[in-house]
Write a protein that binds this ligand. Structure first.
Ligand SMILES: *[C@@H]1O[C@H](CO)[C@@H](O)[C@H](O)[C@H]1NC(C)=O
Ligand SMILES: *[C@@H]1O[C@H](CO)[C@@H](O)[C@H](O)[C@H]1NC(C)=O
Length: 404
């Protein structure tokens, strides 16, 4: 079960213990602010309070993450197609927005967090479209930035927050291999170590983590069946890597198979329930349509280690949906030009909540937007493209399900 990877992290963690002994204060290793009174959660979505805001600069493709009581919206593409280094930071405790900057303007950044304290903005493409290795790290306790370096430069890596450690997984490498198998681990002391995915083909997957339980899934998306050859052969992927972190080690296994390989699905996890929904399939364009967007939802139960066979469907087909957890719910928004409605999955009953009053719903239909959840009760949707992609927006929609 335990791969080579656990050894590498074990070494990192020994270093971590050495630093701990040297007297560097560690954040709560549970990955959340447990003793800091997490707000309660309003079960009835019709009670969620809506409010609007504006980013400092309208943009799409924002690298967004939440950590502690903060939401961070970093970089992104401007209306003139240039990339920006601007970071809008929302502090949920004060309700205030501030502006900061990444170490460079770049695109295709991986966003995530570690140890309930640090926001991570990993890799990306520079102005000459070269993959980068820089990781910008924001410390929510000191409001200070620092940087780390990935072992392999890449763009669009995915970040799994496993609580005590985060895994920066895969991405695009810019060489003939094209899709990266690289993994970099960042722990609570910001020590970085690396590893490699044990999969047959390099894969650009969906990354979903359940940080409270130290679990992560890298699955679906697409793989390159001809790595290293001149012409890539991209196919939807069933390869699935399950990450598991304890206080002292992280391991990953590959004995799961994604049931319905497809492109463009999105997912989130809470209570060890991983939900992956939407996406699209390519047909031959003759007997079948060239692209079919799907309403399918797949559930992986990390408690039993099984894929749950479910008849669950989204209310509409969604491609690249925004998927976030909110309390015990997993919420699917956007990813469709037909509906502003939310699809809300209750992970306790594995059923969607009836949404007969279209409340909540998005005010503005948008594409290429970003979403985060703060304190697992405040959902924020920001930026993106509006009016059939003709215009870039700075609008922010907040759905507050917190009991204060
Ligand atoms: C770590 O990264 C280096 C540089 O890319 C690579 O040569 C090495 O194989 C990697 N180690 C693991 C365990 O993946
Ligand atoms: C996974 O996909 C590969 C093709 O990439 C296929 O050969 C294999 O049978 C699939 N595995 C399962 C369990 O469906």
């Amino acid at each position: 079960m335990q791969g080579l990877s656990s050894m590498f992290l074990a070494i990192t963690c020994l270093l971590a213990f050495a630093r701990r002994a040297a007297g560097i204060a560690l954040p709560d290793s549970s990955g959340s602010y447990k003793d800091d009174a997490m707000p309660g959660f309003k079960e009835n979505p019709e009670d969620w309070i809506y409010s609007g805001q504006m980013l400092s600069v309208p943009r799409s493709s924002i690298a967004a993450t939440s950590v502690g009581h903060f939401a961070l919206f970093a970089g992104g593409r401007l209306q003139n197609d240039l990339y920006t280094d601007v970071v809008d930071i929302f502090n949920k405790q004060t309700g205030k927005w501030t502006i900061s900057h990444l170490s460079s303007s770049r695109s295709s950044i991986g966003a995530g967090s570690v140890a309930g304290r640090y926001a991570l903005f990993a890799g990306g493409l520079d102005a000459s479209f070269r993959p980068m290795s820089v990781v910008d790290v924001y410390d929510t306790e000191t409001s200070k930035w620092s940087t780390l370096n990935l072992h392999t430069p890449r763009s669009s890596p995915k970040i799994l927050d496993l609580g005590t450690v985060s895994a920066i997984v895969g991405g695009l490498s810019g060489d003939l291999q094209y899709l990266s198998r690289s993994v970099d681990y960042v722990n609570a002391n910001l020590a970085i170590s690396n590893d490699t995915l044990q999969i047959d083909y390099p894969q650009f997957g969906v990354a979903i983590s359940d940080s409270a339980n130290g679990l992560g899934l890298f699955t679906s998306g697409y793989q390159n069946n001809r790595p290293g050859e001149r012409f890539n052969d991209f196919q939807p992927s069933n390869q699935t890597t399950v990450f598991e972190a304890t206080d002292s080690a992280v391991s990953h296994t590959t004995d799961q198979t994604f049931p319905y390989p497809r492109w463009g699905a999105g997912g989130a996890a809470v209570n060890r329930v991983f939900a992956i929904g939407g996406g699209h399939l390519f047909g031959d364009g003759l007997s079948e349509p060239l692209t079919t967007v799907v309403d399918r939802v797949d559930i992986y139960d990390a408690g039993t280690g099984e894929w749950v066979s479910t008849p669950l469907k989204l209310s509409v087909p969604r491609d690249y949906p925004l998927v976030q957890t909110l309390g015990d719910y997993i919420v699917f928004v956007s990813g469709t030009d037909q509906s502003k409605d939310f699809d809300i999955l209750d992970t306790r009953s594995l059923a969607f909540i009836a949404n007969t009053h279209h409340k909540p719903s998005l005010y503005t239909l948008r594409y290429d937007a970003s979403a985060v959840t703060v304190d697992n009760c405040l959902l924020i949707v920001a930026g993106g493209l509006v009016y059939q992609g003709r215009s870039t927006t700075g609008s922010v929609e907040m759905f507050d399900a917190c009991i204060h």
